[in-house]
Design a protein around this ligand. Structure first.
Ligand code: GLN
Length: 258
């Protein structure tokens, strides 16, 4: 309900933001679905209307796209979706260049790079949005992960991957491993990558419920893409609900960083 104290211009109620969840059937593990739920919920609490598109291979591509969220997957899930991902590569590249915010976790982060060579020697080509490449290793990199990023401060999450990722020179990481965790490769302390408004990261966790700054970066960039600016219109109840979510996140972060 909208309160007197925060009157909302009726013409702006129901401002839609179109969000694509990329391959939720095959690329969605270790709680990555929490990222989709978080974006949907926070958009509502900021006074936007989330229009969710669950895009699986073979589906028609949505006409309007203001944000794209992708999760991790088993090597087998990654193999399943690569053909379809290639069909959408030009579209995704154009969206990235148009500053559409995207979050790609683990398996899709790898496939947004140049290639992923799996432990059994097969090579999956990526769509090259990030100048990174990944090689499968015998030893999985598993555990909690805390990293520091210039833009988002401390980011907390959980990693579980066999692929070791290396950044080409000049590619910006998402963050640097602060304590705990392996990150991209366990050698250079980098974690993830970032280009335009596209974030790639190994952080499951789920990432967004625990890291509201990252959520709000994606949401404000999506609103800017759609409307030219991010303009929350909140009732008091919505503001209180958002504060409660942020409190949950702060608690989770305190535990993770301890
Ligand atoms: N299959 C990939 C790897 O093991 C990605 C795993 C994941 O998404 N968690 O590196």
């Amino acid at each position: 309900t909208l309160t007197q104290e925060h009157p909302v211009d009726a013409s702006r109620v129901g401002r839609p933001i179109d969000v694509v969840s990329l391959y939720p059937k095959d690329m969605n593990i270790y709680g990555d679905w929490g990222n989709v739920l978080t974006v949907e919920r926070r958009l509502v609490l900021y006074g936007y209307e989330p229009v969710m598109h669950y895009y699986n291979q073979g589906d028609p591509w949505p006409e309007q796209v203001d944000m794209v969220l992708g999760g991790g997957g088993q090597d087998s899930g990654q193999k399943k979706i690569t053909d379809d991902l290639f069909k959408r590569a030009d579209t995704l590249r154009a969206l990235a260049e148009a500053d559409v915010p995207m979050l790609m976790i683990c398996g899709l982060y790898q496939l947004f790079g140049e290639y992923f060579e799996t432990i059994d020697g097969s090579r999956l080509d990526g769509i090259n949005i990030f100048g990174v490449y990944t090689e499968g290793r015998e030893k999985r990199m598993i555990g909690n992960l805390v990293e520091r990023s210039d833009r988002f401060g401390d980011v907390v999450g959980y990693e579980n991957h066999s692929g070791q990722t290396f950044l080409r020179s000049g590619v910006e990481p998402f963050g640097l491993v602060a304590h705990d965790g392996t990150g991209n490769n366990g050698e250079d302390h980098t974690e993830g990558a970032r280009v335009h408004n596209v974030i790639g990261t190994y952080m499951h966790g789920s990432l967004l419920p625990k890291n509201p700054k990252v959520s709000d970066f994606l949401i404000s960039a999506a609103a800017e893409h759609r409307y030219g600016r991010f303009e929350p219109e909140q009732s008091q109840d919505q503001r209180a609900a958002l504060e409660a979510l942020d409190q949950f996140a702060a608690n989770a972060r305190r535990v993770a960083a301890a």
